[in-house]
Structure formats: structure tokens, C-alpha cells
Design a protein around this ligand. Structure first.
Ligand SMILES: Cc1cc2nc3c(=O)[nH]c(=O)nc-3n(C[C@H](O)[C@H](O)[C@H](O)COP(=O)(O)OP(=O)(O)OC[C@H]3O[C@@H](n4cnc5c(N)ncnc54)[C@H](O)[C@@H]3O)c2cc1C
Length: 407
């Protein structure tokens, strides 16, 4: 059944670039676009910057070590504030991350709209010329020369009609597990640098007479504190593109985390004083749309260390798939490889670029470049290509840039 809607949508403003989604990819992109002098709008549905870094209570920050650019700058600045280190020497304080990113956006003159949800791509043929988004002020059109989809799920590209891949040949049940991260406080001093929690949790589950849902859980404290996040809940076979399924997965995650907290505090003396602070406002979705681009990063590329003339990111991270079959992770090594700009350009489309985990790649390749250091560098690289294309008034496919990706 359908209903007809008649809409007359006011135009809020015109921009050189609009970035939708303020996760690692969107932040890398927006800061770079602003610094390049482009009039830039950043649209984010929550009330902070960082995406999975902050709203998602994610830690540690993977694959920044040898990169140049934004990610290095963020890590260096957080370290100077004493807010980076701890668990695997890669973890950070969520609030400091949010405020640092806001500072960088302001310095780069990026206009931010929080609590604003993208709803529709404005598209003529295969050219995207803006977006429609909704917030407390109403429903507005935001026009731009280039729209950058950094929503993680490829929401803008999909709405514009770009083809995408999902799971294994469209079978979402093969997508990686979802996780609802949760914060705990009063972590025992001896574990303030973190702990692989399997022994502890499996012992507690055994005593409770229950089956453990995931075998590679971690307790990841925030540096210089006695609170941190537990990466444990695992929900399988939910459709990441179905709101009702995501709701059910979130509720299952909440039950899993309460169970885990209760068994741990009840059956493990070392954790009897642990406190439950709360779960993330957003369900952690590891895998959803992979937008089909002008190039698709293949599993061979990540195994063979492929390099490209139009490289925008340098990836050293292994492939890491959270799989149901072993209630754990299926990991395999990669050879450091690059991601080409062409994998960020939806096939045959103009005015639209994607960055972050939704770019064009095989499932296995995505399982490697999905980590946040890589997503941030993709956003930064994409922004440099966009700025050059606008300066030279040419199609982004014709831009020739040799980016320095490593330090
Ligand atoms: C449970 C879990 C644990 C992980 N652990 C790690 C880890 O330890 N280390 C690591 O480096 N990586 C980790 N990852 C991977 C990493 O977090 C993601 O792959 C990465 O954050 C993707 O970055 P992104 O910028 O593409 O998307 P995201 O970080 O998801 O950011 C997307 C942004 O877009 C916004 N958005 C989405 N839709 C809309 C809309 N319609 N309108 C407006 N805004 C919108 C979202 O609110 C969000 O801010 C983990 C992922 C998960 C799910």
C-alpha cells in the first residue's frame, strides 16, 4: 500500500560540499574540505562527532600507526592531552575525542548540523546535487556541488539509486555479527590496562548454567580511568537494512549485556564491585551495504598488497570477520595495500562520493579496511580529490593527485 505525499521543500542553503555522517570517514573528509577552503556542511543524526569512535563507544583506534594526515594529527593531539594510550596503546577518552573533533571543525570553518537526519538524495539522472534532511527546524533541501556519503551504511548512495552489494551474494544472514557496546565502571586496578575477558566470562556463564554468545570478548578501559567498554554482545543473522530487525537485535544485545554483567559480578569475585553505566545509543553494525564503485577492492588486492596511482588510503590491518560458525572471529593476514579513489566513486554517478566502510570492495576486503584509522584516511583522501576537481572544474575521475599516505 502507498500514500501520496505532496511536498514543497524550502532550500536551506547551497554548499561546495555536503558530508553526510560524522564518523571517522566523515570527520576526516569535512575537516579536510573545510581546510581546503570549500564551503562545507556536515550533517549528523546524533549530537556529536566521531560516529563509532564516540556514539558507538568503540575502542581501540586501529591502523593509525604509519599513516600521515588527519588520523596522525588526532592521535598526536589526544596524546598531548594525556587522553590516548592505555589498552594496546591505542585507546582514547570519548568526550575528549568529541571535543577535539569539534575544535578542528570550527578551525576549518565547517558548518555542523547535529540531530539532523538525511532522508533523500536529490538526483537528476545519475547526478546528485544535494540532499533532503530533517531536524527540529523542519524538512529542508541542502544543495551542493558534491555530496559525500559517510553514513557507514551508504544511505545516500542507495537512495540515489546506486547499486550495492550486501552480505554473501545478497544474503544478509552472512553479514558479520552486530554488537551493542556497553560501559562499565569501577574496573579493578589490576585490569586498568584491559583484559581479554573470555576466561572470566566463560567461567561465570558456566556457573550460571548458560551458553556464552561470543568467545573473544574484551574489557577495554579508557586511559587514566576506571571505566571502559566491554566488547561482548554478538547478534547474528539480523538484516542491517531492516529497522525492525535492528530493533530486535538491539533488544537482544541489551539482554545479553545485562546477563553478562550479572553473571560476572555474581560469579567472579574480582568483578563483584563492577558497575554498569550504560549501552551505546547506536547498535554496532559491522557490515551492511558495499556501494558498487568504478573499482572494487578485491580479496586478491588485500592479499597481494596492490598499489594504485589514485591511492587515498594505505591499509595495514588484517581481515577480521565476526562469524557465527565459531562464535568468534575469522581473521587472516593481509599485505599492506592501498585503496584507490575509484573505489569511492559510485559507478556512473557524478556529484557523489562515498567514504568509510560502505565503499566498493569484497566482503573480505571490507573486513580489513573497515577499521577507523582507514576510514578516516579515506575521508581525507576523498576530500582532497573533491577539492581539486572543484578547483579545476573537472570530473573527479579526471583528477590526477599523488597523495602522501604514510609517514
Ligand atoms: C561493534 C564494533 C566494534 C568495532 N571495533 C573497532 C575497533 O576496535 N577499532 C576500530 O578501529 N574499528 C572498529 N570497528 C569498525 C569501525 O568502528 C567502523 O567500521 C567505522 O567506524 C566505520 O566508519 P564510518 O565513518 O564509515 O562509519 P560510522 O563510524 O558508522 O559513522 C557513520 C556516521 O553517519 C551517521 N549517519 C548514519 N546515517 C545517517 C543519516 N541518515 N543521517 C545523518 N547521519 C547519519 C551516524 O550517526 C555516524 O555518525 C568496530 C565496529 C563495530 C560495529
Amino acid at each position: 500500500m502507498f500514500i501520496e505525499e505532496q511536498l514543497s521543500t524550502p532550500v536551506y542553503g547551497e554548499y561546495d560540499a555536503i558530508v553526510v555522517g560524522a564518523g571517522p570517514a566523515g570527520c576526516g573528509a569535512a575537516i579536510t574540505l573545510g581546510r581546503s577552503g570549500l564551503k562545507t556542511l556536515l550533517i549528523e543524526k546524533f549530537n556529536c562527532l566521531g560516529g563509532a569512535w564516540t556514539t558507538g563507544f568503540m575502542n581501540p583506534l586501529f591502523d593509525f600507526e604509519h599513516k600521515s594526515g588527519i588520523v596522525r594529527e588526532i592521535v598526536t593531539d589526544l596524546r598531548k592531552k594525556g587522553q590516548f594510550g592505555g589498552f594496546w596503546d591505542k585507546s582514547f577518552n570519548y568526550e575528549y575525542m568529541k571535543s577535539l573533533l569539534e575544535e578542528k571543525m570550527s578551525d576549518a570553518n565547517v558548518e555542523i548540523l547535529y540531530n539532523t537526519t538525511f532522508s533523500r538524495a536529490l538526483v537528476k539522472g545519475k547526478t546528485v546535487y544535494g540532499v533532503i534532511a530533517e531536524n527540529i527546524s523542519g524538512r529542508y533541501a541542502y544543495l551542493a556541488k558534491t555530496v559525500l556519503d559517510c553514513t557507514g551504511d551508504g544511505n545516500v548512495a542507495a537512495n540515489a539509486g546506486c547499486p550495492f552489494e550486501l552480505g554473501e551474494d545478497g544474503d544478509f544472514t552472512q553479514c558479520q555479527a552486530m554488537t551493542l557496546m556497553f560501559l562499565v565502571a569501577n574496573i579493578p586496578e589490576k585490569y586498568k590496562d584491559g583484559l581479554m575477558l573470555y576466561e572470566k566470562l566463560s567461567g561465570a556463564y558456566e556457573k550460571a548454567g548458560k551458553e556464552i554468545p561470543f568467545k573473544v570478548p574484551y574489557l577495554i578501559p579508557v586511559p587514566r580511568s576506571h571505566f571502559g567498554v566491554i566488547q561482548f554482545t554478538h547478534m547474528y543473522e539480523y538484516d542491517p537494512l531492516d529497522a525492525a530487525a535492528i530493533t530486535r537485535a538491539t533488544m537482544e544485545g541489551r539482554q545479553q549485556l545485562v546477563d553478562a554483567f550479572e553473571y560476572l559480578t555474581k560469579y567472579d569475585d574480582e568483578f563483584k564491585d563492577l558497575e554498569l553505566i550504560g549501552s551505546s545509543n547506536v547498535l554496532g553494525v559491522r557490515e551492511s551495504r558495499r556501494i558498487i564503485g568504478e573499482y572494487t577492492v578485491t580479496t586478491d588486492d588485500i592479499l597481494n598488497g596492490s598499489t594504485f596511482d589514485d591511492a587515498v588510503a594505505y591499509v595495514e590491518f588484517h581481515a577480521d570477520l565476526h562469524t557465527r560458525s565459531n562464535k568468534g572471529q575469522h581473521c587472516f593476514g593481509t599485505k599492506p595495500y592501498q585503496i584507490p579513489m575509484r573505489a569511492l566513486i559510485p559507478k556512473d554517478y557524478s556529484g557523489l562520493v562515498v567514504a568509510g566502510r560502505c565503499i566498493s570492495g569484497s566482503r573480505e576486503a571490507m573486513a580489513s579496511y573497515r577499521v577507523t584509522g582507514d576510514c578516516a584516511q579515506m575521508g581525507e583522501g576523498a576530500a582532497k580529490y573533491i577539492a581539486k576537481a572543484q578547483k579545476d572544474n573537472c570530473d573527479i575521475r579526471d583528477v590526477k593527485l599523488k597523495l602522501r599516505l604514510t609517514e
